[in-house]
Design a protein around this ligand. Sequence first.
Ligand code: SF4
Length: 349
Amino acid sequence: MNSGSRKTQKPFIIPVFLPHAGCPQRCVFCDQATITGENPSLPSTESLRKQVNSFIAFKSKQRKDVQVAFYGGNFLGLGEKIVRMLLKEATAFVQAGKVDSIRFSTRPDTIDAVRLNWLKNYPVSTIELGVQSMDDGVLALSNRGHTTRDTEKAVGLLKENNYQIGLQLMLGLPGDDEDRAINSAEKAAALSPDFVRIYPTLVLKKSPLARLFRKGQYVPLSLEAAVSLTKKLYRIFESRTIPVIRMGLQASEDLDAGTDILSGPYHPAFGQLVYADLFLDKARLLLRNSENRSKDITFQVHPRSMSRLQGIRNRNLQTLKEELGLRSIAVATDDTLAENELKVLAAKR
Ligand code: SF4
């Protein structure tokens, strides 16, 4: 059972982490000491059921679209027997009416007709590809073991089979730079995925990248540069109405407990920094193009975008006041606006 239409409602995701299982080699940024392609440490069926049930207990009644998500490894690299076993467990929840569908993340080079055939009788709706870059030089230097052509072929096959497609991209990998990152995002956007995630590269202590970093052979992006570049990529996807559902890693969700970040542009609210920058640019443009000359401004945004406009610790409003010589800035909310929309109610200066 596949579902191919773009969905607007955010699904309620029940994550099942398969700790770096099914990987054929070690990517330069990966901090796993053991690549567990042969003997992956998988959750027992009992712990998997327990985990899914405990998430279901926390789901509010409003959340309709519920998905079990196999994350953290290379799902289709696990082999047919394990893939079917995990899908069977998740499918039991769908059959019981507790879950709507299944999603997982996998490497682009694991998408082929044989493996897609394994999925046929299970309610998989969404497949996320760890694309990381659409530049073959960057992929090779990152020891990814796949090419951009693998990603293009994978997306084509997933589209033919009507899966929802998510692409994960990384910034600041070895050999990457601003032009390559932008070019890579444009190529990814041209594949017209249903959504994307953007992750700036972090230097994790136990990764091969840490060795390069210590030898001075790898320099991570600064936080400022990572925010600025992520913003540029966000705009590329936004201009094609492709949702960016995550920017930056979150310690609690994306990094294993005990993962040490040696260096790199980590911030606990990285996505918020990018959104704040996007709104600051929007506000500047709006006020500079406005014919009104008031020193007291009232902006209007969707309630969920209030903090994005204000910026962390109201920094955006302070910046606007200083740059444009304003006396006061008020923010009103209007839930009929789109989340990325910004209006100014009175801008007479
Ligand atoms: S980064 Fe992902 S694909 Fe690469 S080795 Fe680690 S878990 Fe596997």
